[in-house]
Structures are given as C-alpha cells and as structure tokens.
Write a protein of this length. Sequence first.
Length: 203
Amino acid sequence: MQAFTRLDAKAAPLPQANIDTDQIIPAQFLKTVEREGLGRGLFFAMRFDAQGNERPDFVLNRPEYKGAGVLVAGDNFGCGSSREHAPWALMDFGIRCVISTSFADIFYNNCFQNGLLPVVLKADEVQALMEEAKGGNHVASIDLEAQTVVAPSGRTFTFEIDAQRKAKMLQGLDAIGETLRAAPDIDVYEMRQALAKPWLEEA
C-alpha cells in the first residue's frame, strides 16, 4: 500500500449528500478483482450520458478539475454496499483524499486498508472548502502527520484520526503488510511448534 504523508492537489467540490458505493462504482464494474482500470467506472452515471459521452457539467469532467487528487464531498459519503471497489476506483482515478462531514462506516474502514485518506471536518469547514474549490485556485494541502487541511486561501483546518490508523497510513501498511512485519516471529513460532509437537506436521 502506498504511504500517505502529505498531499498537495486540486480539490474538486461534490456537494451532493448520501453518495453511495453504487454511484461511486456501479455493479457492472465489479467483475474484476484487479484495482487498475476501475477509474474508468468512477461516478459512471454522473460522468457520462446514455451514449457514453462525458457530461461537461460534472465536476470531474471540467478542465479546471482534471487531475484532482482531493474530493470535497457532501454528508454520509460512501453509504450503501460494502464493496471495496469504491476506494479502489477513487484511487485509480487519482483521488487520494476525500473530505466530508461524515462517512459510512464500512467505506471509512476500507479507505484505510487501501491508502485513501478519509478526512472528517465540521460542516462549516467543509462548506468553506467547497466554496474555495469553486474559485480560481483549487489547490489544497493535506498533511497527515500534522493532521491539517490547508485550503487554497491558506486557511487551516485540523482533523482527528485514530492514532493506529494514522501510523499505518504514514508507513503504508495495510493488514497484509502489518502481518508481514511479524513474519520472522511467525517463522520462529512455527519452528518451535514443529519441534515440540511434530505429530502436527504429519499429514
């Protein structure tokens, strides 16, 4: 998993509340377990019309937000199903951080397992970021170590995050990576078990 330390990127405003995981990545794109390529299905019904043409009014299709790495979203982002493809699609599209007033629990947990940083701010702070992102300067800075979000204007907001999750994000550790760090101890344990209880090795 890619570590998250600091991100300086364009912020795209998506003020709609209750965006669910089916809107983030529709079911027809769930046939793969590969993470690459899912970005093409991100917000598919919002980004494209029935003929497959880009909707020019959708924020991520607008030239000034091309390459956005931060999404400033409405309340209860990521509700609906538990599909892990949702954070995969966001990251494959280039988004490394989503800022909202609240997230659905499963989506929130999935973000940390995949290197996508979900930041919870107060309603007035999210609204301020939304308004600034609509202006001429769209670049925001997210510093995980300092737990700050710096708006395009320079205004700074602080956010809370679980200390263990923060440490894992800074080091780029998902559940598998964390387990692999203990591999030497696991090997020692297995060797001791094999010596003490050799009958367990018999098949």
